[in-house]
Write a protein that binds this ligand. Structure first.
Ligand SMILES: Nc1nc2c(ncn2[C@@H]2O[C@H](COP(=O)(O)OP(=O)(O)OP(=O)(O)O)[C@@H](O)[C@H]2O)c(=O)[nH]1
Ligand SMILES: [Mg+2]
Length: 305
């Protein structure tokens, strides 16, 4: 029996969060077609008869331009230091570029096995896949290369077996039915943000954040979960875009978010959304702490209180 921590790292949009959800068998991380969707470390634990894996999903590795992005990269770097195996998720359909080199260099600083999950093979012709695998194998830095589709689940069981084989012998670190350590408020904010990402374009996806102002638990089992959330935007000019004509956009976001919240929490939800202008929140330490990205000191990766 083996057990331990496995990082999911890679470029933005590679499919790390889709893969986390597929590996764990539950939707824990939000997914979008926009890069930089994941901003925090997201834990998902899967227990099998042959072992237990605690997966750590991370923000996609990119050049940080704002404090928000710095802190996202701090999260990814810290995760690399606390795992037993690294899964480098690569989008097989994306041509290799400078971003891949940057990720490779970062990943080569770790001393644990690095397994490549060559993702999105459902979009590839088999003939194009083999040269890509051969080129990765040529680098001789990866413990294994496993082609997968995070969306269809193709070969994900094989990836899991490979990861279990690289983990140290040991008893499970978490109870058998343990899933995650994120509080419910985090999932609530993320599910709202997923709909913001789905409905917006251009700069808005990057410059919005969601904060839960009030999380009112149901009084009775099966009762109403009352959620009041603020959607932060950076500029006054962004507010009318997010509201939409006659409030149509915010209404669509609210309806879609409520449905996904009801599915996630398995209860009826009352959702109140409020668009708030917070100038340059992406560089504001307090706003960043509010969305779970407090300052991390450079050395130990420990969060300051
Ligand atoms: N066809 C196909 N699409 C995929 C696959 N995996 C992920 N995607 C899509 O790729 C996009 C990005 O997926 P995410 O899981 O959000 O990617 P990520 O690596 O977590 O991205 P960041 O959080 O931004 O770093 C989404 O539109 C997914 O639906 C796959 O195996 N096949
Ligand atoms: Mg992600």
């Amino acid at each position: 029996m083996t057990s331990g921590f496995v990082a999911l790292v890679g470029r933005p949009n590679a499919g790390k969060s889709t893969l986390l959800n597929q590996l764990v068998g539950t939707k824990l991380a939000i997914v979008s077609d926009k890069p930089q969707t994941t901003r925090n470390r997201i834990v998902g634990v899967r227990t099998r008869p042959t072992g237990q894996i605690a997966y750590l999903d991370t923000p996609g590795i990119h050049k940080p331009l704002r404090k928000l992005n710095d802190r996202m990269m701090d999260v990814s770097r810290a995760v690399l230091r606390e795992v037993d195996v690294v899964t480098l998720v690569i989008d097989a359909t994306a041509p290799e570029g400078a971003g891949d080199r940057f990720v490779r260099e970062l990943v080569s600083t770790v001393r644990v096995p690095v397994v490549v999950a060559l993702n999105k093979v459902d979009l590839m012709a088999k003939g194009d896949l083999l040269p890509r695998i051969a080129a990765l194998a040529d680098r001789k830095i990866y413990a294994d290369i496993v082609p997968v589709s995070a969306t269809t689940g193709e070969n994900v069981d094989r990836l899991e077996a490979v990861l279990l084989s690289h983990l140290p012998e040991g008893q499970p670190l978490f109870p058998e039915d343990y899933l995650t350590d994120q509080p419910e408020r985090f999932f609530a904010a993320e599910l709202v943000r997923e709909q913001v990402l789905r409905h917006t374009h251009a700069e808005l996806p990057f410059s919005t954040a969601v904060v839960v102002d009030q999380f009112g638990e149901p009084d009775t089992p099966g009762g109403l979960l009352r959620l009041h959330c603020s959607i932060l935007v950076e500029r006054a000019t962004q507010k009318p875009i997010l509201l939409g004509k006659g409030g149509s956009m915010i209404k669509a976001i609210g309806t879609a978010a409520r449905l996904s919240l009801e599915a996630f929490f398995d209860t009826k939800v009352y959702l109140d959304l409020h668009v708030k202008v917070k100038e340059d929140w992406r560089d504001d330490p307090r706003a960043l702490a509010d969305i779970g990205l407090p300052e991390i000191d450079g050395r130990g990766g420990r969060r300051k209180r």
